[in-house]
Design a protein around this ligand. Structure first.
Ligand SMILES: C[S@@+](CC[C@H](N)C(=O)[O-])C[C@H]1O[C@@H](n2cnc3c(N)ncnc32)[C@H](O)[C@@H]1O
Ligand code: SF4
Length: 319
């Protein structure tokens, strides 16, 4: 490995599906400060174009011209102004002509800040997938998490991506509301509780974000929804609240019940959607197309609920 020749600002984080991608540090940190997030601990900066290009040049020397996937770090690299982002995607394509896709994390508002034409042009120059944090479809929970976006804005960002040809991949945080179950039986999600509301509203967001609302039936694109289970990164607000007892973490059983409720409430209109819970934070790694594999996913979750000894143990979960 010659990683020392390419600059990285540690810690580096990327989606599980970008495991084989060439990672290029284009920003550091994030312009937002969500209460749960590990990405906002660094001071935000957009790196100099010349430095980023130099890293791509080094990568070309190290890995050759056959790189197929590239991922732009860090937390919300999509915040970079359009012309600079375009210069970077074009430069990447010129160095690596076999690049199938460039991906990046994007806050929904970073998408909304760009015009449809700009997004189309970025897509044409290689930006094919953006990872958008949904976290919750419940506006109160979004506000509480400091997300500075509403459910309607997240949906608008998904629709904008579909119209431009960029694939959106959304992440949902199970356990975001903690364990507010006031019932004696701790293994039932309280229908009056915050967790229940969080999940039902999140399913509603997924239903409304579906491309069926903006793209013709014959050309519906594939898109992605992933679940993560809330983690408590050191230094984050949620970690502090959990330590002080202000926030009671959801149980592993409650997390699986939230995932089950979510899948049950996603409508059949959600077409071509790949569902995943393959992030290391999850108790049960699952993958399938919602419209085709719903029953199998639900039965796997049921197995996890019935046999807690088979779910991923706490010490193997991680960011
Ligand atoms: C690095 S963030 C980038 C997302 C993008 N900036 C946005 O806000 O839309 C990727 C995702 O990791 C997830 N994440 C971050 N901190 C987490 C935590 N403590 N526990 C579980 N998931 C977390 C959230 O779903 C978040 O959207
Ligand atoms: S979730 Fe996204 S927007 Fe929020 S702090 Fe993390 S990286 Fe930034």
């Amino acid at each position: 490995m010659h990683l020392q020749e390419i600059y990285y600002s540690e810690p580096v984080y990327r989606p599980p599906s970008e495991a084989g991608s060439l990672l290029i540090q284009v920003t550091e940190g994030c312009t937002y400060r969500c209460s749960f997030c590990f990405a906002n601990m660094k001071k935000f900066k957009i790196r100099e174009l010349a430095d980023i290009k130099q890293d791509m040049d080094s990568a070309r020397k190290i890995y050759g011209a056959d790189v197929r996937k590239m991922f732009f770090l860090d937390g919300n690299a999509m915040v970079i102004p359009y012309s600079k982002l375009l210069e970077l995607t074009n430069y990447a394509m010129s160095l690596f002509p076999k690049l199938n896709r460039i991906g990046t994390y994007a806050h929904a508002k970073d998408i909304l800040a760009k015009t449809d034409e700009e997004l189309k042009s970025l897509c044409n120059s290689g930006l094919k997938i953006v990872y958008i944090g949904i976290e919750s479809g419940n506006n109160e929970q979004l506000a509480k998490a400091g997300k500075r976006v509403t459910a309607d804005e997240i949906i608008a960002a998904f629709h904008k991506c579909f119209r431009s040809g960029i694939t959106p991949s959304g992440t949902i945080i199970l356990g975001l509301t903690g364990n507010d179950n006031k019932q004696a039986e701790q293994h039932i999600l309280d229908p009056e509780g915050l967790a229940y509301e969080h999940i039902v509203d999140t399913a509603d967001l997924v239903n409304r974000a579906s491309p069926v609302h903006v793209i013709e039936e014959g050309s519906l694109p594939v898109w992605y929804i992933s679940c993560l289970a809330l983690m408590f990164p050191e230094g984050s607000d949620v970690a502090r609240d959990a330590q002080s007892g202000k926030f009671i973490p959801q149980t592993s059983n409650g997390i699986l019940r939230e995932m089950k409720l979510l899948i049950e409430n996603i409508s059949d209109d959600v077409k071509n959607c790949v569902f995943r819970s393959n992030h290391a934070s999850n108790y049960l790694p699952l993958k399938g197309r919602l419209s085709r594999d719903r029953e199998k996913i639900l039965s796997d979750i049921d197995q996890g609920i019935k046999h807690p000894e088979n779910v991923r143990p706490e010490f193997l979960r991680g960011l």
